[in-house]
Design a protein around this ligand. Sequence first.
Ligand code: APR
Length: 188
Amino acid sequence: MIKIIQGDITTLAVDAIVNAANQVMLGGGGVDGAIHRAAGHELYEACLTMPEVRPGVRCPTGEARITPGFRLPAKFVIHTVGPVYRDGQHGEPEKLAACYRNSLALAAENGCHSIAFPCISTGIYGYPKEEAAAIAVSEVQAFLSPAESAEDAEGEGRAPSRPLMEIIFCCFLERDKRVYENLIGKSA
Ligand code: APR
């Protein structure tokens, strides 16, 4: 199920909130700064122990890493690194799509039944809001509509092919919320 809300993602008591991080994964501005401030210093320590895949890179663009949420109401933080937008011709759409796909996969692997996303890459990284939202919605809808719906499987006594998951688009700004509502209608 998909929900669209306007608010501060650090206040959400969900299984996982997604952080729009950078490749160093030690905090920053925007939602990254807000999440680190709210989670406390233990989050920084947990990120510091995340192995570098190459010097100065703990999470390559498009990938995702999971840590506890510490002082956040959320159980986990899933850190993902969106692409810096140039002109949309340098793999930015594919990388942004991978952020959503990999974050959802990591949430499912960790038994999450609720996850909240910020509008990844649309702040400091400059991704146009409408294009980014269309990619986000497309990836989330693909994740939620497996070959066989979970309801059908459960109806016939089989384990659902995917865990039931509530997916929240948490927009900090009213105009971002409107972008998502125009794409998928008013949230339930
Ligand atoms: N809750 C929800 N959304 C938020 C919050 C918050 N508390 N604070 C900011 N946002 C929104 C912004 O309004 C924007 O829509 O998060 C979205 C992503 O913006 P940024 O945080 O700037 O992230 P991004 O564009 O992906 O740039 C990432 O910024 O903070 C640094 O370390 C980070 O280098 C990385 C870069």
